[in-house]
Design a binder for this molecule. Structure first.
Ligand code: ZN
Length: 138
């Protein structure tokens, strides 16, 4: 698990546009996410996470932040629903390509107790996106 041993995008964004914190009490995972978004286009300029927990949750956070870095908010949202769809069933080859390293987590869907671990970081992302959509201009 390369992303667990050497997580990307770890830390806290200064002057974040949005931050969120999610926990998975079932496993004891937690993730804090900070995102800075540009004015226009509404692109994710910086996205960093901190947290602790099992290798699945932390690797998933590392992959998610890497995938979403530089994306427009709408695209990040789309990616999040694609990842969720993968965890709940089958997705197309085209969708798989968009998920990049996220595909490494596909096998987790066979272990229902761990699905939440894999989804946690994406939940944090969704929270931030909703938060930013609810504020002025975004
Ligand atoms: Zn976990």
């Amino acid at each position: 698990m390369e992303h667990f041993k050497h997580p990307r995008c770890k830390g806290c964004v200064e002057n974040a546009s949005s931050r969120s914190e999610v926990v998975n009490p079932l496993c004891g995972d937690n993730i804090q996410l900070t995102i800075k978004v540009g004015e226009a286009p509404k692109k994710i300029q910086h996205i960093l996470f901190t947290g602790a927990g099992c290798s699945i949750s932390q690797a998933s956070a590392s992959i998610m932040t890497e995938l979403c870095s530089g994306l427009e908010l709408d695209k990040a949202k789309e990616l999040s629903s694609t990842f969720r769809a993968m965890m709940q069933g089958e997705i197309s080859e085209e969708q798989k390509q968009k998920l990049g390293d996220g595909i490494a987590l596909e096998g987790v869907k066979n272990f229902s107790a761990r699905i939440r671990c894999a989804l946690l970081a994406w939940e944090a992302l969704d929270k931030c996106v909703r938060d930013m959509e609810g504020t002025k201009g975004l």
